[in-house]
Design a protein around this ligand. Structure first.
Ligand SMILES: NC(=O)c1ccc[n+]([C@@H]2O[C@H](COP(=O)([O-])OP(=O)(O)OC[C@H]3O[C@@H](n4cnc5c(N)ncnc54)[C@H](O)[C@@H]3O)[C@@H](O)[C@H]2O)c1
Ligand SMILES: O=S(=O)(O)c1ccc(CO)cc1
Length: 484
């Protein structure tokens, strides 16, 4: 199946270069992807312009219905698409199913919220006049999504833009093309006009330069690495495109002695090893009150030992491979550097023999703050722990990176919860719980984690532009007095 969708038609890209797609569980090629060339990208831009003109005219209620139909289709095709996702991304099949279930909920939420994107009426200063605020779609959007949660993260952008009445050109990750194409097909089959949604794969820097260099694009949404985010923000500045950037994190976890340690470790191990640790909001720096640090290590080591490393499609695998040889190769230097800096290896620390991009679940204790892994997002199955003695010390370490996406706090003390939430420099905080993602709530960070939010009303607002209308029913010749 050709995997680009441009101007209402599926077709192959015409670039002279092609991209090889790998199965991460064996490291073998599973397909060749035709990439978009300059002319393909220009066609996508022109189609997005005409698609926007058509889609913005569709009433919000109808747009919501189309999105709900897309969500139903995705649900119906769940098993087929989950298998595609596991084959090209590597995650265990159960996790692929759960990504689809979460994606369906995101689309449903945007579909429902699109019906509630009301404007407002402001009481006027001049009797007889009206102050209205309308909310209009910002225009054609360029969206760039990564390979770790290709469906979930693409859906946040597609559904947000479409719900608001915008058209979208999505450049999804070349590493995971088939699952996203199948999801895009679910949207297209649900009554979108031609041009409302395009899907491109290409040479990433060529696609971003061409899309963001065009005055047609009015909004950029990107999820991925910090350096690429910075580069895209620079490109967007030239055309003054609005920007949402979700650039990952390095989440601190603060575990206090008064927390339920057993429950905390079960939740945190689940969150850490989900998708082999390749999640921007994954708990990463585990700061544990000294009196319970050893007990925490013992429980976390047991949780690591219970994981079954294996191909995502093999029954019983609970930890799949990393998504690429590049990600696998990034693990050992981080582990070796932590050990060279004085960290203690408790579990794992190596890749297994054999094919595939696997890395063992790894638990490193007493990791000094100067270790590279404590500042660079590991994006892999590494648990890094350190004991702390005081709340102030825990906060200082937690806030010690330039990233600020999520933080996790385990304590039963209400007064400590109240003190620590404002002290943590992150866009999201979970308390006695290991998830910060919900379709109804804004997902986003501060500092090098980027800016703007996806999901929640904030996620829809990102695709809407307020228009103020100051209306006098008739002009009677008297200049209105607005100022007091
Ligand atoms: N926030 C997230 O969810 C998320 C997702 C994936 C990766 N990351 C971060 O990125 C790091 C590196 O990942 P990687 O090894 O895949 O690195 P990478 O930066 O080489 O590639 C990441 C993705 O970005 C895209 N990309 C690269 N250059 C681009 C450009 N100029 N324009 C548009 N898209 C571009 C690629 O297509 C690829 O899918 C990870 O360690 C992690 O920190 C974050
Ligand atoms: O599946 S989710 O938990 O919603 C999720 C949110 C964000 C990211 C970014 O890496 C991945 C998964």
């Amino acid at each position: 199946m050709p995997l680009l969708h441009i101007a209402g038609r599926w077709r192959a890209g015409r670039h002279e270069r092609r991209h090889t797609v790998f199965d991460p569980s064996c490291g073998q090629p599973i397909g060749e992807l035709g990439l978009a060339n300059g002319a393909d990208i220009d066609e996508a831009l022109a189609a997005a312009e005409s698609g926007f003109a058509a889609w913005r005219q569709v009433p919000a209620f109808k747009r919501g219905e189309a999105l709900l139909a897309a969500a139903r289709r995705l649900q119906q095709r769940g098993e087929e698409i989950a298998t595609l996702l596991t084959r090209e991304q590597g995650k265990p099949l159960a996790e692929a199913r759960s990504e689809i279930a979460g994606t369906v909920q995101v689309i449903q939420w945007y579909a429902e919220e699109s019906r509630r994107s009301y404007g407002r009426i402001i009481p006027p200063r001049v009797p007889g006049s009206a102050l209205q605020v309308l909310r209009e779609p910002v225009g054609p959007c360029a969206a760039f999504s990564p390979w770790n949660f290709p469906l979930m993260l693409s859906s946040r952008k597609i559904a947000g833009a479409l719900a608001a009445g915008c058209s979208v050109v999505l450049k999804a990750a070349e590493e995971t093309p088939a699952s996203v194409a199948a999801m895009v097909d679910c949207f297209l089959a649900s009554g979108l006009p031609d041009g409302a949604l395009q899907l491109l794969y290409g040479v990433p820097e060529e696609v971003s330069r061409r899309l963001l260099g065009s005055p047609i694009i009015r909004k950029l949404s990107f999820t991925g690495s910090v350096p690429v985010g910075r580069e895209l923000a620079r490109l967007a500045a030239d055309q003054l495109q609005r920007v949402t950037l979700e650039l990952g994190g390095h989440a601190p976890v603060l575990v206090f002695a008064d927390a339920n340690l057993d429950a905390a470790v079960v939740q945190l191990a689940g969150a850490k090893f989900r998708n082999a640790g390749q999640i921007c909001a994954a708990p990463t720096r585990f700061l544990v009150e000294r009196s319970v640090h050893d007990a925490f290590l013992e429980r976390m080591a047991a949780a690591c030992e219970q994981l079954r490393l294996g191909p995502g499609l093999a029954p019983g695998s609970t930890l799949g491979p990393l998504a690429s040889a590049r990600r696998q190769a990034a693990m050992q230097p981080l582990v070796d550097d932590a050990l060279a800096n004085g960290a203690r290896l408790v579990v794992g620390g190596t890749r297994p023999e054999g094919q595939g991009f696997f890395y063992r679940p790894t638990l490193l204790a007493d990791v000094p703050t100067q270790a590279r892994a404590m500042g660079t997002e590991p994006f892999g199955p590494l648990v890094l722990t350190r004991p702390f003695d005081t709340e102030a010390e825990a906060i200082a370490v937690a806030n010690g990176t330039r990233m600020g996406l999520a933080a996790y706090l385990y304590t039963d003390s209400a007064s400590r919860q109240a003190r620590l939430v404002p002290a943590l420099r992150t866009g999201m905080v979970a308390i006695n719980h290991a998830s910060v993602s919900s379709p109804e709530a804004p997902f986003g960070g501060v500092g090098d984690s980027g800016y703007g939010s996806e999901c929640g009303v904030e996620g829809l607002d990102a695709y809407l532009q307020p228009k103020f209308v100051h209306q006098f029913p008739a002009f009677d010749g008297t200049p209105p007095r607005i100022s007091p």
